[in-house]
Ligand binder design. Structure first.
Ligand code: GAL
Length: 663
């Protein structure tokens, strides 16, 4: 068990000094001190410079930079430098390059051009890791090892022949014999029956739809292949410097789908996470809150480290939206409120060249004399002021279930509606709860649910027997479960649970769906309680549940759309359509009330309230000041709001308060 590597709530960032001359390094350290930087991540993309020729290492400049950082009191999260192979390696060994599903090679010239299953890549990378570990494992500035970088960001899946062989090996381990694979994959369909594992391929481009379980297993295999690679680097580090904790930065998000981080988390000494707001999403900051709660779920409720975020715009979206004044503070505190004990950024100084030169940084192209740098300095003091929050747990009595395997399976092709996307439902319900002042954990379906009052199950298309049994036991013991359409449809092999949908939850919900009736884009339906909905309808009966609302129109007028079944000491609710925002909020409110879920009193729409330990976070992204009832010390204002204004804190527009409440 390692302690969290950085004290308080540290601010940090990626530092790429190789892009600058040594005189800039000295200025960097001075500015880092001015900003109150606690840590930097060093060396992420340094392989080509640190090992300019196979087996020849040049550590001189690293030594100097580490020395300067240490003198400046800045801790180092040391990368193993293996994220992007140098040109000499890909030139000598083009067989390490990844290949896409269409058989196209992904050439060097950007980054991460390596196949996760390549033994040749691994051999070269591990040699570098060992050199790095021997050189820096006991350096006083180094507090954390950073394996590679965002494993799988660009090479999460590879379809080359080496990967194909590794996939077959993985399948042989999973199934034991090929007949078990045939059963799981349903290969009697379309003449796909295999007589040997040697005949099995990764799901490459095909004339028609690919076998869905083959696709699902390939997703599982691909996540495991990179996890195995992570372990290989981690084991080298452990062997040489067992006292330094090891992490790799995750990419938990609504649109990052290729790693099952619930499987990865047990291998981390501290869970670290990168998050970038995505302006292509309808509600980017609500997605951030969801992702933060999911990261906390992945970390098993323990504090986690925000390794990367952006001080302002990124460079990789169609339009890269800059943060408005105040948003840097609010976005950073949102992570802290939901469990982060450090706030990191990409990167220290905005690059003058290269593909990310228009990405924001702590020091922008304009330099120190800029509003951005002043905001960074102010953020540094704010994070120091809330340092005592570190280690405090977020306690929620509501959970939203989330599962990457369910996502991979749900979002496959040849389904009832390509409009249905797994994370849409999860985000929608999480957002509705947050709007009511209800904090939710986002956890794996097989988690221990006993501490919750309400569990929301959004579109859990694939579900294990254990998860279904867990939900039933939770309800019978007095909990409330709210299950939405297209849940419990298949088992972990993506085989339909027969006898009427939603197979895994049919008895618990007392509902039987005979046929799906998805809606065309733009088509809406009305329920007899006045709710509006879209995307989904179904032909259902409720043999053992109370019908709370029926479809008035659409393909199945008169059929149940919202039901509730009392089960044991609790209740199981089901909604068979996608309610609009207002109806989702109204139903979330109703179910949360019945479940007696804890909620904070939101003073105005858009204001976010989260309690972390004894600290109340009030984030006010609106353009008006708000008052929130609380008694205690606002760590940001260094004042006693209770005494000053009769038990309330006033938070200015686009600002925040973090109140240590009276116990
Ligand atoms: C991350 C990556 C960083 C940088 C950043 C830009 O995916 O780890 O190296 O590329 O995105 O937003």
């Amino acid at each position: 068990m390692f302690e969290f590597p950085f004290p308080g709530v540290a601010m940090g960032c990626d530092y790429n000094p190789e892009q600058w001359s040594p005189d800039v390094w000295r200025e960097d350290i001075a500015l880092m001190r001015e900003a109150g930087l606690g840590f930097v991540t060093l060396g992420v993309f340094s392989w080509a410079l640190v090992e300019p020729e196979p087996g020849r290492f040049d550590f001189g400049w690293f030594d100097e930079v580490l020395g300067l950082l240490h003198e400046g009191g800045i801790a180092v999260d040391m990368a193993t430098a293996t994220a992007a192979p140098p040109p000499w390696l890909t030139t000598a060994h083009p067989e390490i390059l990844p290949v896409d599903a269409d058989g196209r090679t992904l050439w060097p010239g950007s980054r991460q051009s390596w196949c996760p299953s390549s033994p040749v890549f691994r051999e070269h990378a591990l040699r570098l890791v060992a050199e790095m570990a021997r050189r820096y494992g006991s350096h006083p500035a180094v507090r954390l090892w950073h394996v590679s970088n965002e494993l799988g960001c660009h090479n999460g899946r590879c379809w080359c022949d080496v990967s194909a062989a590794a996939f077959r090996e993985w399948l042989a381990k999973r199934y034991g014999d090929v007949d078990a694979l045939n059963t799981a994959w349903g290969t009697t369909f379309w003449s796909q029956h295999y007589t040997s594992f040697d005949q099995v391929l990764p799901p490459r481009i095909t004339p028609a739809f690919k076998n869905p379980t083959q696709q699902l297993d390939f997703a599982r295999f691909s996540s495991d292949a990179l996890l195995d690679y992570h372990r290989a680097e981690r084991d080298v580090l452990r062997g040489i410097c067992p006292d330094v904790p090891v992490t790799t930065n995750f990419m938990v998000s609504s649109h990052q789908t290729e790693q099952d981080y619930f499987r990865w988390a047990p291998d981390q000494d501290v869970v670290s996470q990168d998050h970038y707001l995505d302006a292509r999403l309808p509600r980017p900051r609500a997605e951030q809150a969801f992702t933060d709660d999911l990261t906390r779920g992945v970390a098993g409720g323990k504090p986690w480290l925000l390794m990367e975020s952006a001080t302002s715009a990124v460079n990789w979206q169609p339009v890269n939206v800059a943060k408005r004044p105040g948003e840097l503070l609010l976005d950073s505190l949102r992570h802290v409120a939901r469990g982060a004990d450090a706030v990191g950024f990409f990167q220290w100084r905005a690059s003058a060249a290269g593909a990310e030169k228009f990405h924001s940084a702590l020091v922008p192209h304009a330099g120190r004399d800029s509003e951005r740098f002043r905001e960074v300095v102010a953020l540094g003091s704010a994070l120091r002021a809330v340092g005592e929050v570190a280690g405090s747990p977020v306690r929620a009595d509501v959970a939203v279930l989330f599962d990457w395997e369910a996502m991979w399976a749900c979002d496959l092709d040849s389904h009832p509606s390509a409009e249905l996307r797994y994370t849409d439902a999860a985000n929608r319900w999480h957002r509705a709860l947050a709007g009511l002042g209800v904090t939710a954990d986002v956890v794996h379906p097989e988690s221990d649910l006993s501490g919750y009052r309400l569990v929301v199950v959004p579109t859990l298309y694939l579900c294990s027997d254990a998860a279904a049994a867990g939900l039933r036991a939770f309800v019978e013991a007095g909990g409330h479960a709210l299950v939405t359409y297209f849940s419990g449809i298949v088992d972990p092999d993506d085989r339909i649970r027969l006898g009427g949908y939603p197979g895994a939850f049919r008895d618990l919900l007392g509902v039987r769906v005979e046929e799906f009736a998805p809606l065309l884009p733009g088509e809406t339906v009305t329920l007899d309680d006045g709710s509006r909905a879209d995307l989904w309808a179904e032909h259902a009966t409720a043999p053992d549940a109370e019908v709370l609302a029926r479809f008035v129109d659409g393909p199945r007028p008169g059929d149940p759309a919202l039901t509730r079944r009392a089960a044991g000491a609790g209740a199981a609710w089901y909604v068979g359509t996608r309610l609009d925002e207002a109806a989702t909020a109204a139903l979330a409110d109703r179910v949360a009330r019945e479940a007696c879920a804890t909620r904070l009193d939101v003073p105005a729409p858009g204001v976010e309230l989260v309690r972390r330990g004894r600290y109340l976070f009030v984030l006010n992204p609106t353009d008006e000041p708000v008052a929130v009832r609380t008694e205690g010390v606002d760590l940001l204002a260094d004042a006693r709001p209770g005494a000053a204004s009769g038990g309330s804190v006033t938070v200015a527009a686009r600002s925040a308060a973090v109140v240590r409440e009276e116990e």
